[in-house]
Design a protein around this ligand. Structure first.
Ligand code: FES
Length: 204
């Protein structure tokens, strides 16, 4: 396999890394992305995302591929990948369960939910089931505090107001190949009528 030195001095194989490579189609897509931003650094985010979609994670070797492809220092790509928890820096299970244990969720049973999942899956937070189906993680506030306790599934759907029964249902859905419905979070509506009544007034 031929070797090439990138600008940051690393000696790389023809495709930039020994284990991972982008397809020709992906490289063409990356070229289009580069035309949409004034600086190539900005393309790091979508290309990391593309890499995670393709390889399931952005471990250091995938980060190296991204750096090589964009001709950026590996330290830059590493800094971006490390900053966002949504990028998986190690291989994960097929489904990543991020259980929020921050204040509101904690007060509403977030730790109980986490413990229930640990027992149910037979793993601790931070671990992956031996069959590679589920990774369980403890997450910081996911911005759905009014719907606590809640969890997010693989950077996607939110499941709110968790109970053991609801957790069972979600696990069954995921195991059978279904995705739980996205539970949208409506903005609170302020009723002037209710406010007036609460203040002891009358609408008549
Ligand atoms: S504390 Fe759990 S979503 Fe905010």
């Amino acid at each position: 396999m031929s070797q090439k030195s990138s600008d940051n001095g690393a000696s790389l194989s023809q495709n930039g890394t020994s284990a991972y490579t982008f397809t020709k189609e992906q490289l063409a897509e990356i070229e289009v992305l580069k035309t949409k931003y004034p600086e190539v650094q900005a393309v790091t985010l979508p290309v990391l995302w593309m890499a995670q979609d393709t390889f399931g994670h952005v471990d250091p070797e995938v980060q190296r591929l991204v750096a090589y492809t964009l001709d950026l220092p590996e330290s830059h790509v590493h800094g971006v990948a490390e900053f966002y928890t949504q990028y998986f820096k190690t291989p994960k299970g097929k489904h990543v369960l991020d259980v929020c244990t921050c204040l509101s969720c904690h007060l509403c049973g977030g730790m109980d939910t986490l413990g229930y999942l640990e027992n149910k899956l037979g793993i601790k937070a931070g671990e992956t089931t031996p069959d590679g189906e589920f990774t369980l993680q403890e997450a910081e506030c996911l911005g759905a505090c009014g719907y606590a306790p809640m969890m997010q599934i693989t950077n996607d759907v939110y499941v709110n107001h968790l109970t053991p029964e609801k957790v069972d249902q979600v696990l069954d859905q995921l195991a059978s190949g279904d995705t739980p419905d996205f539970e949208s979070i409506p903005m609170p509506l302020v009723s002037t009528t209710s406010n007036n009544e609460a203040a002891g007034g009358s609408d008549e």
